[in-house]
Design a protein around this ligand. Structure first.
Ligand code: HEM
Length: 492
């Protein structure tokens, strides 16, 4: 039967044959799409004109333009085909609660963030099931709770003062580079521990650099591709693991307990899984690396933007933050403590506003494990099908003009009464994410950035040498393009 049909086809003139094939292919495509839509119910609008690869190309230029054009065309919920996948966006405080409030059984992180496994290591975070992960995050939450954070402030201060003591009376620096170096120093003291800071900082910082350099846009799709960067990453991961395992062994042998996150992870025990055993060395190293990754670029980028916005224009906000420092010095003396940092509302709001305008994590993602319904602010209901990557975006949500007045301008006072624009609706402000997986290090980050900027405000004035920068969309975590500033030493 098949043979006969093929013979008949072969007898047809070529143009007729090609035409016939095209008609059949077109009909098949229409049928597949129509039945797919039926199968999916009323799924969100898809950018039909964009072929698979087209979405990817637009995306590779930075997701901002793609989100802007799709949002103006379709509203808060839409789907973009990305290579062989579909990414459905839920943008703004009306649609994004579906993202932030969903249980892990409905919207999972594992599928979309598992590219981190070669970096963080096996047996932790995205390499384990949800029950184990939530226990491991409990260890992290304990290590970062307020009573512990208080003890980290003197270390932040010491590192910042020593670092800036090496600056001259005046000079020109790239702030992003400065904070990149300083944040790994503070992290080494408070997260990795005294041993690393005192005797092997340079080696660990170099290894961390190689590990970080091995995480590139290509690694998201192909984390195990045998590239030179990935090989260096794997070697750095193994070397870091050896270093930390020997530190852990020495601490266990000596019985000495330190005040740092490493110690908190060593002392952690599972409650609901693994028969209540303690963390293994491999898990401790993996969690520590995951924390370094979560906090390093995000904090250094936010420190940089905070400074750049404060010193831009007529320096209105730099002067206001200086005034605030004068006030706390008059009240409490020159010490920088946990309680003093908690009084710095102006500086706090400047950091918050820098993070609103320039959140380093532009897209947050999950994987839809089951279909779910979402209703837009104008009453349209869609069913997002199982298997979609679901994304929301701090950068996009933070610029919505109906949520934030004059959304493109730097106005730290928007967070204070009577405006309090971030509180008008849940999930309006998502620089630290929110809901079930909100950032566990937000308080740590605020304390660290406030300490560093307090030291700077008390000792230097700044001016921009270059134009105010654009974001650099080529990186994984988005920061400003290199920008030079001039510092001048003075005492407040
Ligand atoms: C300005 C600095 C920071 C920013 C902007 C930031 C931002 C974020 C965001 C947006 C998320 C949510 C990710 C998602 O929903 O997929 C997140 C999660 C997380 N962050 Fe941060 N972060 C910062 C600093 C830190 C620091 C310093 C630490 C630790 C020392 C940290 C630890 C974590 C952890 C453990 C999670 C995962 C929480 C979970 O999945 O349940 N972050 N962060």
């Amino acid at each position: 039967m098949v043979a006969t049909s093929v013979a008949n086809l072969a007898a047809l003139p070529l143009p007729t044959l090609i035409g016939g094939i095209l008609v059949v292919a077109l009909a098949a495509a229409v049928f597949v799409r129509a039945t797919a839509n039926l199968r999916r119910g009323n799924s969100p609008p898809v950018e039909e004109g964009v072929p698979f690869v087209g979405g990817l190309l637009k995306f590779s230029k930075g997701p901002w333009h793609l989100m802007k054009s799709m949002h103006s065309k379709y509203g808060e919920v839409f789907t973009v085909p990305l290579a062989h996948k579909r990414m459905t966006f839920l943008l703004g405080p009306h649609a994004s609660p579906h993202f932030f409030n969903a249980t892990d059984e409905r919207m999972s992180q594992t599928e979309v963030y598992s590219f981190n496994v070669p970096t963080f290591g096996e047996g932790v975070v995205f390499d384990v099931d949800q029950r184990v992960r939530s226990e491991q995050f409990r260890f992290v939450a304990d290590a970062l709770r307020s009573s512990k954070l208080k003890t980290y402030v003197p270390a932040f201060r010491q590192e910042a003062e020593d670092f800036f003591a090496a600056w001259g009376d005046t000079g020109v620096v790239n702030l992003a580079e400065v904070f990149g170096e300083l944040i790994i120093l503070t992290a080494s003291r408070t997260l990795m521990g005294r041993e690393v800071r005192e005797s092997m900082f340079k080696r660990v910082a170099d290894l961390f650099h190689d590990l970080d350099d091995g995480m590139r846009p290509l690694s998201v799709l192909f984390p195990y591709l045998p590239t030179a960067y990935h090989r260096k990453r794997d070697a750095a991961r193994a070397a870091l693991s050896d270093i930390f395992k020997s530190i852990i062994a020495a601490r266990r042998a000596s019985g000495v307990s330190e005040d740092d996150v490493l110690q908190a992870l060593i002392d952690s025990r599972y409650k609901k899984v693994y028969d209540g055993r303690a963390t293994t060395d491999q898990e401790i190293v993996g969690l520590l690396i995951a924390l370094l990754f979560a906090g390093q670029h995000t904090s250094s980028i936010t420190s940089t933007w905070t400074g750049l916005y404060m010193m831009a224009g007529d320096q209105k906000y730099y002067k206001a933050a200086e005034e605030e420092q004068r006030r706390v010095i008059a009240e409490h003396g020159t010490d920088i403590t946990f309680d003093v940092l908690n009084e710095l509302d102006t500086l706090h709001n400047c950091i918050q506003e820098a993070l609103r305008l320039q959140p380093p994590l532009v897209l947050l993602m999950r994987y839809a494990k089951e279909p779910f319904e979402v209703t837009t602010s104008d009453g349209r209901s869609y069913v997002v099908p199982k298997g979609d990557i679901v994304a929301t975006s701090p950068s996009f949500s933070h610029r919505l003009k109906h949520v934030f007045k004059d959304a493109d301008s730097f106005q730290p006072e928007r967070f204070r009464a009577p405006r309090e624009e971030d509180k008008a609706a849940p999930f309006s402000y998502i620089g630290f994410g929110g809901g079930r997986h909100g950032c566990m290090g937000s308080q740590f980050a605020y304390l660290q950035i406030k300490t560093i900027w307090s030291v700077l405000l008390r000792n230097f004035t700044f001016e921009l040498v270059d134009e105010f920068p654009e974001p650099d969309w080529d990186s994984m975590v988005i920061g400003p393009k290199p920008t030079r500033v001039r510092y001048t030493r003075r005492r407040l």
